[in-house]
Design a protein around this ligand. Structure first.
Ligand SMILES: [Zn+2]
Ligand SMILES: [Zn+2]
Length: 153
């Protein structure tokens, strides 16, 4: 479902503490208490409810990649169980699974040891170490819901 001004107004009235801001992708910014949304996305309503769920669940920054997957899943669960009916949107399970798969792929590519391909242990926000060969590597800060747009291999 595309977003109409009426729909956006209904959301804004329902959640006065959350700012809604048109942008080129979807993102919840805890620092700005703002949900960014891409009006042109054909599934915009579903993603917008997902981002609002992050906001309502008070999701903030996290230190480990694995936490991101849990936050993603929680936000989809909340959107589909608490918000979908109220805002006349159906959360499509295939879309949710695709979105979560993108995070799983991302997590896998970040956590695989570049030397021996074992699964590394994240020891800081942007670094991993391999338990098998002790190799250390850094990862960039590519976190956020906009990930669903890019399959990182
Ligand atoms: Zn290794
Ligand atoms: Zn999300």
């Amino acid at each position: 479902m595309q977003l109409t001004p009426t729909y956006l107004n209904k959301l804004a009235d329902s959640f006065p503490d959350i700012k809604l801001q048109a942008a080129s992708n979807f993102k919840w910014s805890p620092d700005e208490q703002t949900v960014y949304y891409d009006q042109t996305d054909p599934d915009a309503a579903q993603y917008l409810l997902h981002e609002i769920s992050h906001a309502l669940l008070s999701h903030t920054n996290f230190s480990r990649d694995i936490e991101l997957l849990k936050l993603e899943r929680d936000a989809w669960d909340y959107a589909s169980s608490q918000l979908a009916d109220r805002f006349e949107t159906t959360i499509d399970d295939d879309l949710v699974q695709d979105s979560l798969d993108t995070y799983r792929d991302w997590l896998h590519s970040r956590s695989s040891c570049p030397k021996c391909a074992s699964t590394g242990i994240q020891n800081a926000a942007n670094s991993y170490q391999c338990p098998a060969c002790q190799q250390k590597w850094r990862v960039n800060d590519g976190r956020g819901c906009q990930l669903r747009r890019y399959k990182i291999k």
